[in-house]
Design a protein around this ligand. Sequence first.
Ligand code: PEP
Ligand code: MG
Length: 571
Amino acid sequence: MGTVYRGVAASDGVAVAKAWLVAPSEPSVERVEVADPQAEWARVERAIAAAKEELAALRQTALDKLGEAEAQLFVAHAQMLDDPELTGQIRQAIEAERVNAEWAVKSVIDTLVGLFDALDDEYMRQRAADVRDVGSRLLRHLQGGGGASLADLAEPVVLVARDLAPSDTVQLDPAFVRAFVTDIGGRTSHTAIMARSLGIPAVVGLGDITAHVASGQVLAVDGSEGLVVVEPNEEELARFSAQVERQQGERSRLAALRDAESVTLDGRRVEIAGNIGTPAEVAQVLAQGGEGIGLFRSEFLYMNRDTAPTEEEQFAAYKEVAEAMALRPVIVRTLDVGGDKGIPYLGLPHEDNPFLGYRAIRVCLDQKELFAAQLRAILRASHYGKLRVMFPMIATVEEVRAAKRELEAAKQALREEGVPFDEDIEVGIMIEIPAAAVVADRLAREVDFFSIGTNDLVQYTLACDRLNERISHLYQPLNPSVLRLVKMVIDGAHAEGKWVGMCGELAGDPRATAILLGLGLDEFSMSAGSILKVRDVVRNTRYEDAKALAARALEADTEADVLRLVEGLRS
Ligand SMILES: C=C(OP(=O)(O)O)C(=O)O
Ligand SMILES: [Mg+2]
């Protein structure tokens, strides 16, 4: 039998392929005295040129696949290699100590990383990670070239990594990357969300899988169960291969649902939409038959750059999405910064409890100019499609009123300037804080719709950090406590004639679909890769049965009991 490891099921699907260790433990670098320091420096110059070429290619890939914001990261890395401060220190180390290039690069990079790390500040830690990334790239080129680059993959593999850096994820080609498994991360970490949107099976939070696997070993991965089998025996291999085949058949069956209606057997219609972070992701949502965009995480436009995007830049991005979706609805969520989403130039202070701190709507209501630029951009773009605006992290009725006042002020200014926008643009809020769920009946009077953000709602309800794998057993989206809150939200909105969507990861979990239908959810928004699976469940469920199931789930004692109820309905 192969050795079995269990982690967090992050992205559905099974795969069998050889392991490929990403950035295996740093190549060892020895200190060697050299006779010709000039020749060593020339080696560094060649390595820098090669690294910059590689970064330019990465930037182009990021631009094509993800958009300008992500591409900026690679520009920043290339700039670091041009920084005379950095290159000067490397050169000096070579000349003064008469040491080999590798040693000089490693010691300069290590010192810099140490300095940044010691500052205990989110921005500086990110800088440290960037410097480390640039340093490893340089070392790789000094030690004989780009052999370890993911872009060079030529056969199907399972990636094995501590975590995946942006420069890794951007290169993932589903044709070669059959699955990935990582030491750290939870179901809602960015790596996991990325895996689901690419439709790649993944298991994360495995602890130290990188220490137990060598490149070339065969791995069988079950992303739905969170299982990894290292060197499976024949019997296991046969079982997994049969599953892979079934999965391929299932994929073609689901593809036929691309243009089908999202309607239950007894006629209840819901909307199934996609979540995106950049305009480039719209294509994936449309390819999977998404009926709208239920969440455009606008903060991605603000990341990996040194200043906030201007009103014009934002306008262009929102307009692009509005037009690409034609008249299908698009919900733009205003800036959700803070917590796990750092944006250094906004000058957010260091906080002991960032998830309970200065973030999202709290920042926007405080930094009014930042907010106004975004609201103007969204309103202007609303003229070109069917945009809706949504405020994140609402805890109180006053916050909604204050946010709406800012929106009204932006509208008034545009009217005075004669700039066209959709006067009837719908306004909604995220329900992701338990306080908001509890007073949903009151909040419903203030807005046109709600969208439930279960990623945060679950962490706040169970007091369980969504990124902490040590307590991932407590991160229970189907815990009856969460379901009861969801019910309060839906009932509160419906009583006021308002509709309710869900854009947290639970909306894309087919195990939850029948319960959410039964609770009365009107719109489901998820990673593109889940759309067809959820539509399939909707089309095979009777609304009347779903209501009965939901009623029983609300009375269950535990999440495990809820899951057993779901299994009962399915079998
Ligand atoms: C959709 C959500 O927002 P994010 O994951 O961006 O915090 C959520 O909290 O469920
Ligand atoms: Mg959230």
